[in-house]
Design a protein around this ligand. Structure first.
Ligand SMILES: Cc1cc2nc3c(=O)[nH]c(=O)nc-3n(C[C@H](O)[C@H](O)[C@H](O)COP(=O)(O)OP(=O)(O)OC[C@H]3O[C@@H](n4cnc5c(N)ncnc54)[C@H](O)[C@@H]3O)c2cc1C
Length: 398
């Protein structure tokens, strides 16, 4: 069977689904290729009473894009927490502290915490109503390109022909590999452990973060009610220990962090923690003939700033913009069109890679003078409203 569409999106994570939806709503025909095992799975199968341990802090760019696609309004609003303030703690005897809030940033909200399950359920529902949209389960085995056209061959002999192939197939991207796009890859030697807790004291919409040199980076993100979501980016050996311990012990460890304001923590879903190996991935190019990469296929950053998914949403917004604003004689996968997309995203991605990687390295060192400097730095930035506002604006995606 030979299928034809303007766009073929490969990968059915939140980024692939959003890209497919965006193109379909812009009036283009779209085929979304999902791996066989996960086709149709939106993560919505778990009981609604439980809280997904996979959550994202989404910024204004993500909010804007999802709103324009009518997805934000379809999210379960009762399960979204607004982040109104953020407190960053340094480490050691003279731990620095940096605090900012939505009021100081002249914004209604700094970010929103959204569960993966909530996001995927809303995207799946929107995709069902999208015009000229086809979702296919299958395994791509070859990508052939010629000027104006790409053909994705599947292992069952089917083929999808499109003007533009969008690689949204995550960090191990098959699409990227087919295009021979070089990458820089570095493991952080850490795993992020995620789980949810109930807390004694109200979080009042604040997100808390602790940077430590020996135990990694700990973040507590607000969930609705007296609940918080933990993201602990721990060095491998510590991660092993944390995963072996009962969740009550993990809760106890977190509650003992210096200045921890939420009182006693209790595991929200006993026996439920997940771990993700952390690495940095830079691609040498975002595009190849008839191909554009988006999301983790294009870049992976350390989750310390909660920006990976946000970068992916910004990729989609830029790609949609380049494709829909193209001149009438250009096709969706035209070299110029893709060049505009790549240029539009280059600086933002580079800045985020430098910032997150730099922060991770800065706080990973035990060297006392550096520890002192970084704590002074935190305190200094805390007292410089102009710099503080610029940092917040960057994180918010403004
Ligand atoms: C602990 C942790 C916390 C994070 N917190 C935040 C946060 O707060 N805010 C934020 O913005 N970001 C955050 N991130 C980053 C965010 O999770 C990722 O950037 C985001 O999930 C990437 O989405 P994606 O759709 O590009 O990739 P993925 O989620 O990896 O999805 C890729 C999809 O492609 C499919 N696929 C793979 N291969 C193929 C193939 N050959 N054919 C077809 N389909 C294929 C997969 O099945 C999958 O569905 C965090 C990351 C971690 C690890």
């Amino acid at each position: 069977m030979q299928l034809q569409s303007d766009i073929c999106v490969i990968g059915n994570g939140a980024i692939g689904k959003t890209a497919a939806l965006g193109f379909a709503q812009a009036g283009l025909s779209v085929t979304l290729l999902a791996p066989e095992a996960s086709a149709g799975a939106g993560g919505a199968s778990a009981p609604a009473s439980t809280w997904d341990v996979r959550v994202y802090a989404l910024n204004q760019v993500a909010h804007g894009l999802l709103s324009s696609l009518k997805v934000w309004g379809a999210l379960d609003a009762d399960r979204i927490a607004a982040v109104d303030a953020m407190v960053v703690n340094g480490d050691g005897a003279q731990a620095g502290r940096l605090a900012f809030d939505a009021y100081g940033a002249r914004a209604g909200t700094l970010a929103w915490i959204v569960e993966d399950r909530n996001l995927n359920a809303a995207l799946d529902a929107a995709l069902r109503f999208a015009p000229d949209m086809r979702t296919l389960a299958g395994r791509a085995v070859r990508l052939q390109t010629e000027p104006g056209r790409a053909t994705v061959l599947l292992d069952n002999g089917d083929a999808i022909e499109a003007s533009l192939v969008v690689g949204a197939d995550g960090g191990q991207s098959w699409v990227r590999a087919q295009c021979d796009i070089d990458i820089d890859y570095r493991s952080y030697g850490q795993r992020a452990i995620v789980t949810n807790f109930e807390c004694d004291e109200p979080h009042r919409g604040a997100a808390y973060q602790w940077f430590t040199s020996s135990e990694g980076i700990v973040a507590l993100l607000p969930l609705p009610g007296n609940r918080v979501s933990l993201v602990w980016s721990a060095p491998e050996a510590l991660a092993e220990t944390l995963l072996r311990e009962p969740l009550e012990q993990l809760a106890e460890r977190v509650a003992q962090l210096p200045g921890h304001p939420l009182g006693r923590l209790r595991p929200l879903q006993p026996e439920c923690a997940k771990a993700f190996p952390l690495h940095l991935l830079r691609t040498r190019a975002l595009v190849a003939p008839q191909v554009a990469l988006v999301g983790d296929a294009a870049h992976i950053v350390h989750p310390l700033a909660g920006q990976g998914m946000n970068l992916g949403f910004a990729d989609i917004a830029a790609l949609l913009n380049a494709v829909t604003a193209r001149e009438p004689h250009r096709s969706c996968g035209d070299e110029r069109v893709l060049g505009r997309y790549a240029r539009a995203r280059k600086e933002d991605i580079l800045l985020m890679q430098i910032a997150t990687d730099g922060l991770e390295r800065l706080f990973a060192t035990d060297f006392e003078p550096i520890r002192l400097m970084r704590n002074i730095g935190l305190n200094l930035v805390d007292k410089l409203p102009v710099i503080k506002r610029k940092l917040i604006a960057q994180a918010m995606g403004r």
